[in-house]
Every structure is written in structure tokens, then in C-alpha cells.
Write a protein that binds this ligand. Structure first.
Ligand SMILES: Nc1ncnc2c1ncn2[C@@H]1O[C@H](COP(=O)(O)OP(=O)(O)OP(=O)(O)O)[C@@H](O)[C@H]1O
Length: 569
């Protein structure tokens, strides 16, 4: 249970809800058993009174008791469902926030260790598996314990000899059945969790890469992998179902065993005249009722191994630490917006040649510094050092004179706006995607940002304007439009320092020319670092460097920036 302990701790804030649910569950089982036992007693006593074998039967109090048990049981059952569902839903929300908080600080390189479909499975499937920990394991176990103890006290008061035997029998079963279920469900539970993760991975990756799989003829192989994972999951599910049925059968036998035991003991008391027939029936039916508490246990423990496997997968994420953790004593960026790299040397592998070799660079407010280079020259790596996404072996990046290594990511990103090569848009409207940068921005500001990003004309043609949905990841936009929407979002944030990685990639000459003329005045008051393959694909630079073989060298500005696209916007 060590794997599950952290999840029990996470449930502590919801203890009042789970506690309430537990009390109601106990009340439900006890009133159920009470209703059964008292009804049996009453029917037997009435029959005996009718036959003249029992004198002076008070019919009002037992009838009232039966009504009270019946009503309480119904109300308790209903409210128990409400309270326990509320508890589980709140706990689920807590778990999702907890795992999300664990993921949020992870840098892209650390996150890349997990496949996205696998992460999705952990966030959704594994957490769903764990939602049953309290409802299906802890609550039934405690309910069984409390119910048996209460039953022992009550039967002990009525018929001390019966209490010992019946409760001992049920308690023994209450210990043995869960142990049996735990053992039998072990292999299948583990396999079920692993196979469920594989099914989701193959399914998600298959859908994401459908076009490529079709073109390269990999569809059948992917479908086969999905089929195999699904079969493994189905086999595990079948095994769990089989063991579950066996556990239920064993629990039913245990309940019947308790009844036979009570009957056998009762026959002895009846023969010796120790207690009368109505009480014997009460004890027998009470034993049957108490058996309900034990009957829940095999099903509960059979899924424990599945929960443990899910817990291990979630803990693996929770224990993952970012390669570059937040600094213990964070410092705010200095007021001056300058971004500087000082003698930065970066190697991704110890033995490999450095991607950046003693690179120094300064970007001051009002400057647009362009860094060009061939594909793989290290341009993005240079931006990654500035953004504290990788840690150089020597040298450092500074923002406003403060090393970025001493800053919290949030502080860094409050000052630096980045347009990365990947365009991240959410399946929401154009306005909602823009307001990520500034939730309070009015429509006029959104339109201004769209204008600067050269997207206003396009939005003007849309029937729904700013409310137009962009689709998942911006799928309803062209690549260039999606990129300019991301640029507009960056503009809306009004950062002091701007890093643009291939800002004009995928745009035609006319659009680039229009963007250059609109963006340049906006960039004039900021410190801007632009990364591009060539100067023509960037705003006009005030300084230009070229990265080659890890070294950076200045390029004559006139010859570089002059190569702007000739088409006017
Ligand atoms: N996380 C990483 N782990 C290992 N090697 C990496 C990593 N990121 C980049 N590299 C390597 O570092 C080198 C520089 O990559 P980088 O992405 O910085 O180049 P780039 O100039 O931006 O290329 P492009 O113009 O194609 O985007 C490449 O050889 C790449 O394989």
C-alpha cells in the first residue's frame, strides 16, 4: 500500500465528505440488517401469537421500528450516494490539479521523456482508476469493520454465544476474502493498467499521424499494434471479471455460511429453551444482513493492484524534476531591458562538439539583433539559453543585468515575449486565443494586435470575426495565419524583450513586406532578438550575426538586411 499512501494524504482535505459518506454507508448496512432482522422477528412473533403460542405481543413498537428502519435505510442509501459522489468528484479535481501542478514546471526537454499520449493516459485514465480508492476500497473496508463491531455488540447483548461465532466467522471471511481478491487480481490488474496506456498511445498517435501512416503504408502496422494492445486489455479485463465473479460467489457463500451457522446455533438454543423462536429468526436474519458488509470486500480488493499500478505511473510524473529547477532565491529581472549572452558554451552531449562555442551577444532596447545560420547551426539553442530552457556548460545569459538562472520562469516570461517555431493555439475563438496574453484586453486592442501581425484583413472577412473558432491547434487556419495569430498574441502582451524564431516562416513575399513595415515601429522600443535562416525572412535588423560551427560572427548590415522581399504590402 506504500504506492497508495500519497493518494490517501491527498484525500485528507476531503475527509469531511468521505467521513460523511462512510457514516451514511454504515447506517445503510446497519438499517438494512436491522430491517431484515426485526421484520423476521415480528413475522415469527405474530405467527406464534396468532397460533396462541405467544401472549401479550406489542405490535405497535416493532411495526414503528420496521417503518423507521425502512425509511432511514432509503434516505441513508440516497444521501450516501450523493455525498460519496460529491466527495469523489472533489477528490478527482484535487488529483487532476495536483498532477497538473507537477507537470507545469517541467521544461520541454524533461517533458519530452513522456510521450504525449502516455501523459494523456496518466492525466485521465490513471486518475480515473484511482478515484475508486476511497469509494471502492477504503469506505467498504471501514464500513465492514464498523458494521461487524456494531453487530457484535448488538448480538452479544441479545445472545452472547451467537455473537462470538457469527461475528468471528464474518470477520475471518472479511480478512480472507480481500486477501484472496488482492492475490488473484494482482497480475490482471497490473496488465490492465499497462495495456490501457498502450491502447491510448497507439490510438492517439495513430490518429495524429493518420496522413503519414496512410502515405507511407504504416496504417496496418499501427492498427495491428492497437489490436494487440486492445486484446491484452480485454484479456486482463476478462481475468479481472472472472476473479470478480469468483469473489462474489465466495462472498455469497460466506453470507450463507453465517446464516447456516446462526440456524445451527439457534436450533440448539431453541431445543434447550434458552431463547424463543422469534429471537432465533432475528439472529439468523441479522447474520444475513451483516453478511452484506463483507460481500462488498472481494470486489473492492480485486482492483487494488490496478490502482497501485496507476499510482506508480502518476508518482513517476509527480517525482520528475525539471532539468533546470526554479532558483532557491529568485531575483527579479533588472529594469534595463537588455538581453545578453556572455561567453556561452553549450554541448548537448559531453563528447560532442559544442553547439555554441563561447558565444557573446547583447541586445539593447531599441535594437533588432538578427542571428542567421544554416539549419542545425544552433540558432534555436541560443534562444533556449536566453530563455533558461537549457543550461550552458559555461557562460551565462542575463536579462537586465541579472543572470536568467537566478530568475523564476514566470518573472522571465513576464519580461520576454517569445515566438517559437511551434505554433501553439487552443481550440477556441480567435479572441480567446489572443486574450491568453491579456484577459482584460478589449476588442480594439485585439484588432490593433491583429493589424500589427498582418492578420486584420483576414479577420475582417470572417463572418464571426474575433469569435471565429480556430480549431484544435489552429487546424482551421493556414500555417501562416496560425503563426501570425501567435505573433498577435505576443504583441498583445507588450513585452520589453522579444525573441522571434523564424517569424516569417511560411509567408509569401507580399505578406512579409507588409509585416516588416508594421512590426518595425512596434519593435523600435524593445530589445529584439530575431533568429532566421536568412535576413530576408526577418524584420530589418540594426545588427546582424551569423552562427557557424558554434562560433558567432558579425555580418555587414547593409548587405544583409538589404535582401528584403521586393513586393510591397
Ligand atoms: N534537446 C537536444 N538534445 C540534443 N541535441 C539537440 C537538442 N536540441 C538541438 N540539438 C542539436 O543541436 C544542434 C543545433 O540545433 P538547433 O535547433 O539549435 O539548430 P537551428 O539552427 O535552430 O536549426 P533550424 O534552423 O533547423 O531550426 C543540432 O545539431 C541539433 O541536433
Amino acid at each position: 500500500m506504500r504506492d497508495l499512501a500519497p493518494f490517501l494524504r491527498l484525500a485528507l482535505p476531503r475527509l469531511p465528505w468521505f467521513g460523511g459518506g462512510l457514516l451514511l454507508a454504515v447506517l445503510t448496512v446497519l438499517t438494512s440488517a436491522g430491517l431484515l432482522a426485526l421484520s423476521g422477528w415480528f413475522i415469527t412473533a405474530s405467527a406464534l401469537a396468532g397460533a396462541g403460542l405467544l401472549a401479550g405481543l406489542d405490535v405497535y413498537r416493532p411495526a414503528g421500528g420496521i417503518r423507521a428502519f425502512a425509511i432511514t435505510r432509503t434516505v441513508a442509501r440516497y444521501t450516501e450516494r450523493l455525498v460519496n459522489h460529491e466527495a469523489v468528484l472533489r477528490h478527482l479535481a484535487d488529483l487532476r490539479c495536483w498532477i497538473f501542478r507537477a507537470l507545469a514546471p517541467l521544461d520541454p526537454a524533461t517533458l519530452a521523456r513522456f510521450r504525449s499520449a502516455d501523459l494523456l493516459q496518466r492525466l485521465v485514465g490513471d486518475i480515473d482508476t484511482l478515484d475508486g480508492l476511497f469509494l471502492r476500497v477504503i469506505t467498504p473496508t471501514l464500513t465492514a469493520a464498523v458494521t461487524l463491531m456494531t453487530g457484535a455488540v448488538f448480538l452479544g447483548w441479545l445472545a452472547p454465544a451467537s455473537a462470538l461465532w457469527i461475528v468471528a466467522w464474518l470477520s475471518l471471511a472479511g480478512l480472507l476474502l480481500p486477501a484472496l481478491a488482492l492475490g488473484l487480481g494482482r497480475g490482471a490488474g497490473r496488465a490492465r493498467t499497462g495495456a490501457a496506456a498502450q491502447v491510448r498511445e497507439h490510438a492517439v498517435e495513430g490518429v495524429q499521424g493518420l496522413a503519414e501512416l496512410r502515405v507511407f503504408g504504416g496504417l496496418e502496422r499501427q492498427a495491428q499494434a492497437l489490436r494487440e494492445a486492445e486484446q491484452t486489455r480485454a484479456r486482463a479485463e476478462f481475468a479481472l471479471g472472472r476473479w470478480g465473479a469468483l469473489g462474489d460467489a465466495a462472498a455469497t457463500l460466506v453470507g450463507l455460511g453465517a446464516v447456516w451457522l446462526a440456524l445451527w446455533l439457534g436450533a440448539g438454543w431453541l431445543a434447550s429453551g434458552e431463547i424463543g423462536a422469534p429471537l432465533v429468526v432475528l439472529v439468523v436474519l441479522g447474520a444475513l444482513g451483516l453478511g452484506e458488509a463483507v460481500a462488498m470486500l472481494p470486489g473492492a480488493y480485486q482492483r487494488v493492484e490496478q490502482m497501485r499500478a496507476a499510482a506508480r505511473r502518476l508518482l513517476e510524473v509527480a517525482h520528475t524534476r525539471p532539468a533546470l529547477p526554479e532558483p532557491p532565491c529568485p531575483v527579479s529581472p533588472g529594469d534595463r531591458g537588455a538581453l545578453a549572452l556572455q561567453e556561452v558554451t553549450l554541448r548537448y552531449r559531453e563528447t560532442a562538439a559544442p553547439v555554441l562555442d563561447r558565444v557573446s551577444l547583447e541586445v539593447n532596447p531599441g535594437e533588432i539583433v538578427l542571428v542567421t545560420g544554416e539549419s542545425g547551426a544552433g540558432k534555436t539553442s541560443l534562444a533556449s539559453v536566453a530563455l533558461r530552457l537549457v543550461s550552458p556548460q559555461s557562460g551565462e545569459a542575463r536579462l537586465g543585468g541579472v543572470p536568467v538562472a537566478d530568475m523564476r520562469y514566470q518573472d522571465l516570461y513576464n519580461h520576454v515575449g517569445v515566438l517559437t517555431q511551434e505554433t501553439v493555439l487552443f481550440a477556441d475563438s480567435i479572441a480567446a486565443n489572443l486574450r491568453l496574453a491579456d484577459p482584460k484586453a478589449d476588442d480594439a486592442r485585439l484588432h490593433r494586435a491583429l493589424h500589427l501581425a498582418g492578420l486584420d484583413d483576414f479577420v475582417a472577412t470572417l463572418e464571426q470575426g474575433l469569435d471565429t473558432p480556430v480549431g484544435e491547434g489552429g487546424a482551421l487556419l493556414s500555417g501562416g495565419q496560425a503563426r501570425r495569430l501567435a505573433l498577435a498574441r505576443l504583441i498583445l502582451r507588450e513585452p520589453r524583450v522579444v525573441i522571434l524564431d523564424e517569424p516569417f516562416r511560411g509567408l509569401d513575399g507580399a505578406t512579409i513586406a507588409r509585416l516588416r513595415s508594421r512590426l518595425t515601429p512596434w519593435l523600435a522600443s524593445r530589445a529584439t532578438l530575431v533568429i532566421a535562416h536568412e535576413a530576408a525572412m526577418a524584420p530589418p535588423a540594426t545588427r546582424h550575426y551569423r552562427l557557424q560551427g558554434g562560433r558567432i560572427e558579425a555580418v555587414e548590415i547593409a548587405s544583409a538586411s538589404a535582401s528584403a522581399p521586393s513586393t510591397a504590402g
